[in-house]
Design a protein around this ligand. Structure first.
Ligand SMILES: Nc1nc2c(ncn2[C@@H]2O[C@H](COP(=O)(O)OP(=O)(O)OP(=O)(O)O)[C@@H](O)[C@H]2O)c(=O)[nH]1
Length: 613
């Protein structure tokens, strides 16, 4: 292949790599859809709402989970064809790790702000990520069609709160298409073209990857320097492994092969990489026979916030779960796991997540994409423990907390939570934070009406239902951002749950001593409801050490219910039995007792359950 360097350099000037960042629901994905439509990347027939959210899960929930990169062609008013690489990113706080990775592949960011909601917590957090990555930021005020839109006020907010010029913000309605033409022109004029020498050795950053059973590992890269094409031998700089390139190309939005990827491009490389553990996000790809001397700076590793045990319902599928986690981790760099065993549940994994939404998504992806049935234990945070012998240990599984007599101190993670709220709701927000063992830090007025309330809160108290409570206490007006701040000593105890006189390790949890009795009683009474009756009585107890703090009994069956109710009617009887069988799929036999998935989630669902009653 003959490549003319001057032509490539000219092409590079017409590339624009940008990302869209926003607070959740401000309209990122809808704007991306409009851009795709206008650039004629997708035909009308292919166009379905939120085309970039290609996971079924994303469509069903209406949220973006994964970043997605597509190449678009745009003919600008100057008569030239531009190449856009648009990287859509998730907005939920659990996925900010994905956001920071995609920003590192761009030169510009569209900062989308809802004209009615204004700047919210993740608008700020994501703007800071973009500023940290030295991106050019183009403010976009979206949803100007709404009757409650106040674009001028939002302009002021962006200037005051983020500190960037918003005089020339683009006003759009992704719903009606208003302002999208101007937006496209501004992408060309406001964002810089990528830099990077095409004639230097290859240097490409892996920002995402995915496993494909036909093609092997697909690397999504941003090429910083040089050029790569089919037949080249690439080398991964972290482990020096080499592979022959079988395909390069871009997503548009489906995979389209290209002759080459060059400095400035965002695209994919496949190279028959069969083993998933060989590639990692953040690694640099170079050429084996002409390597670059220095790797690109990778990504800051994400730290999980929440941990839970994951076990296959069918113990024989442990290896399948292992393989599924390996493959999923390729596509979800924030996922962490290590093997663990539970007396009750057998062999499984302790998995670290960025938050509960992340946990939910991982569970659903494992079940859908890998056809697994899983039992997940109640989530926990990680505790730093000093034992009486002076040893420091980290405990992310409540069952492993040493006996109280061996503990000198337990420290739990605290977050610094920033809650933005209209001033009328400051009272309820503070009340909620106090109830969750929060320590007030400070409070600032953001403008005339809105306040930023800062609290230190135990992570344990906020991962569960804090966000829901916050929303309901403020009529949905509050927005939240948090970061783990420090570990602090707390009076924490381990609560064991005994079924039929035996401790079920997977049901143990850690709780603040002040709440322990109440929590023990609540859990026991919930367990009594969710554990199905069996042929014998099952005592349910909650205990701290040897001290039982609550107890209840699941009564035994008296007779075969099906025989009595559906005596003659076979079909109805079969239906009922099938239903029971389906329900049993998610049951785990522990000793003689069958425990349903719900039981493992009682700690999590306690407050919700109470609200429903
Ligand atoms: N009225 C109006 N509604 C809009 C506009 N843009 C988006 N929406 C609606 O706002 C909601 C959220 O839009 P999305 O595009 O899913 O928001 P998002 O920011 O991508 O959300 P995440 O991907 O979950 O972070 C959807 O119901 C859209 O239909 C707009 O310009 N006007």
């Amino acid at each position: 292949m003959d490549l003319d360097l001057d032509k490539l350099k000219e092409r590079q000037k017409r590339i624009r790599n940008f990302s869209i960042v926003a607070h959740i629901d401000h309209g990122k994905s809808t704007i991306a859809d409009r851009i795709l439509e206008k650039t004629k990347t997708v035909s009308k027939r292919e166009m379905k709402a939120q085309i970039l959210d290609d996971m079924d899960l994303e469509r069903e929930r209406g949220i973006t989970i994964k970043l997605n990169a597509v190449e678009l062609e745009y003919e600008a008013k100057d008569g030239k064809d531009y190449i856009f690489h648009l990287i859509d990113t998730p907005g939920h706080v659990d996925f900010s790790y994905e956001v920071s990775r995609s920003l590192a592949a761009c030169e510009g960011a569209l900062l989308v702000v809802d004209a009615a909601q204004g700047v919210e917590a993740q608008t700020l957090a994501n703007s800071y990520l973009a500023i940290d990555n030295d991106l050019e930021i183009l403010p976009v005020i979206n949803k100007v069609d709404l009757p409650s839109a106040q674009p001028e006020k939002v302009q002021e907010e962006i200037e005051e709160m983020i500190g960037i010029d918003a005089k020339n913000a683009v006003m759009t309605s992704a719903k009606t298409g208003l302002g999208i033409d101007e937006l496209l022109e501004r992408i060309v004029s406001d964002f810089p073209a990528p830099e990077g020498d095409i004639d230097k050795p290859l240097k490409a950053l892996i920002f995402d990857s995915v496993y494909d059973s036909y093609r092997g590992v697909v690397l999504n890269v941003r090429v910083r320097e040089g050029l790569v094409k089919v037949g080249d031998t690439i080398q991964l700089m972290s482990n020096k492994k080499t592979f022959e390139v079988t395909d390069v190309g871009v997503m548009s939005p489906k995979a389209v092969s290209r002759d080459y990827l060059m400095a400035g491009d965002v695209g994919y490389i496949t190279a028959s990489i069969k083993s998933v553990i060989e590639t990692q996000v953040g690694d640099t790809v170079t050429l084996a026979d002409n390597p670059t001397d220095e790797a690109l700076t990778g990504y800051r590793k994400s730290t999980p916030m929440v941990y839970a045990g994951m076990y296959p319902v069918d113990n024989a599928r442990y290896e399948d779960l292992h393989e599924a986690l390996e493959k999923l981790k390729l596509n979800d760099a924030a996922l962490e796991y290590e093997p663990e065993t539970s007396q009750a549940l057998g062999f499984g994994f302790r998995v670290g997540f960025l938050g509960l939404l992340h946990m939910d998504v991982v569970q659903e992806r494992l079940e859908r994409e890998f056809d697994l049935d899983l039992i997940i234990t109640s989530p926990s945070v990680d505790y730093h423990v000093t034992t009486t012998s002076g040893e420091e240990i980290i405990v992310d599984n409540p069952a492993e907390l040493p006996d109280a007599s061996e503990i000198q101190e337990v420290r739990e993670p605290y977050v610094r939570a920033e809650i933005m709220v209209p001033e009328d709701y400051v009272g309820p927000v503070m009340e909620l934070c106090q109830r969750k063992r929060g320590q007030f830090v400070t409070m600032d007025y953001l403008d005339k009406y809105r306040v930023n309330v800062i609290y230190k809160l135990p992570l344990l108290e906020i991962i569960f239902d804090f966000f829901d409570d916050l929303k309901s206490n403020t009529k949905g007006y509050a927005s939240l951002d948090y970061d783990v701040d420090a570990y602090e000593a707390s009076d924490l105890v381990k609560m064991d749950i005994l079924l039929n006189g035996e401790i079920v390790d997977a049901l143990s949890f850690i709780v603040h001593r002040d709440f322990a009795y109440q929590r023990g009683r609540d859990i026991v009474s919930r367990l009594k409801e969710v554990i199905p009756r069996q042929m014998f009585e099952i005592p349910v107890q909650a205990a701290i050490g040897n001290k039982v703090v609550a107890r209840a009994t699941v009564k035994a069956y008296r007779k075969d219910v099906t025989a009595k109710l559906y005596g003659g009617d076979r079909t109805r009887r079969d239906k009922l039995l099938n239903k029971q069988k389906a329900g049993k799929k998610r049951m785990k036999e522990v000793g003689k007792v069958a425990i349903p998935q719900e039981a493992f989630m009682t700690v999590l669902n306690l407050n919700k359950g109470k609200g429903d009653e």
